[in-house]
Design a protein around this ligand. Structure first.
Ligand SMILES: Nc1ncnc2c1ncn2[C@@H]1O[C@H](COP(=O)(O)OP(=O)(O)OP(=O)(O)O)[C@@H](O)[C@H]1O
Ligand SMILES: [Mg+2]
Length: 251
């Protein structure tokens, strides 16, 4: 089956496109490949990843990012710098399930964004919960994405719970008034995410502590909400009429 291509876009810079692309890819890889079964982990360690991040950003922040992570034992997913987004159609034919496409955060690079959109299945639009990101997000959606009729979802990123809910509520109202489909999941602001690129880590490689689990949880919820965990295989049919199964249910 051809890979699903998810473009992460917002012509406003610094709203979290690269952060969402690499961390959604990391979580999707973890859900599809890893597991908490040590046996399966061993089996899958050498297996190729069904997930790729493709960066179309000529400033290449995710290239820099992936280099950092390589120095710390490697990215869990594949990574490619794509200079011509038309090449995404070739990537689709490779054996991936999901390709997350990071795009540039400027109006000048609209041509790149437009050609990435030509190839994609859906668009994820991160926005920060502050009035400064309203207008650029509106431009991106109304002028570039909605006219193409591609399914898209807005995700609020970088909300700091310590700031209270006023900005978050205002942003949710703005999104609702604009009629944009939005994710219920909000990605909270954690210093861990800010430090992650400098330290060369994706969420699934964060240390095992409570804050890191919370930070990871946001991306897990988002991946689940967006349906990136794959389909659930049909369960074997139960012979519900048998005495054994009915006694098992009672016990
Ligand atoms: N949820 C978050 N918590 C903490 N820091 C975050 C979060 N999301 C993004 N950041 C930080 O904000 C900065 C901008 O994020 P990022 O580079 O992902 O944005 P971008 O949209 O890709 O930017 P550009 O348009 O420049 O490519 C980075 O330093 C990143 O680490
Ligand atoms: Mg970026």
């Amino acid at each position: 089956m051809a890979a699903k291509i998810h473009v992460i876009a917002n012509q406003k810079g610094g709203v979290g496109k690269t952060t969402l692309a690499v961390n959604l890819a990391a979580i999707t890889h973890a859900v599809l490949v890893e597991s908490n079964s040590p046996l399966r982990k061993l089996e899958q360690e050498e297996a190729p990843s069904p997930v790729m991040v493709a960066s179309t950003d000529p400033q290449g922040s995710s290239v820099w990012w992936s280099d950092r992570v390589k120095n710390r034992g490697g990215l869990p997913f594949d990574f490619a710098q794509v200079d011509d987004p038309r090449d995404l159609s070739k990537l689709r034919r490779l054996a991936y399930s999901h390709i997350f496409v990071d795009t540039p955060g400027s109006l000048e690079d609209e041509r790149i964004l437009q050609s990435a959109l030509e190839e994609c299945d859906d668009v994820i639009i991160p926005m920060t919960p502050e009035p400064l990101s309203y207008d650029p997000t509106r431009l991106t959606i109304d002028e570039v994405i909605a006219p193409r009729g591609i399914p898209y979802r807005v995700v609020v990123n970088n909300w700091d719970p310590r700031d209270g809910t006023t900005d978050l509520q205002q942003t949710a109202q703005f999104i609702a008034k604009s009629g944009w489909p939005a994710c219920k999941t909000v990605i909270r602001r954690y210093k861990l995410h800010t430090r992650a690129s400098a330290e060369g880590q994706v969420v699934t490689q964060y240390p095992r502590n409570r804050t890191a689990s919370e930070a990871r949880e946001d991306f897990l919820y988002l991946a689940l909400e967006l349906g990136y965990g794959g389909s659930v295989p049909a369960l074997p049919t139960q012979n519900t009429g048998s005495p054994a199964s009915s006694s098992a249910r009672k016990s």
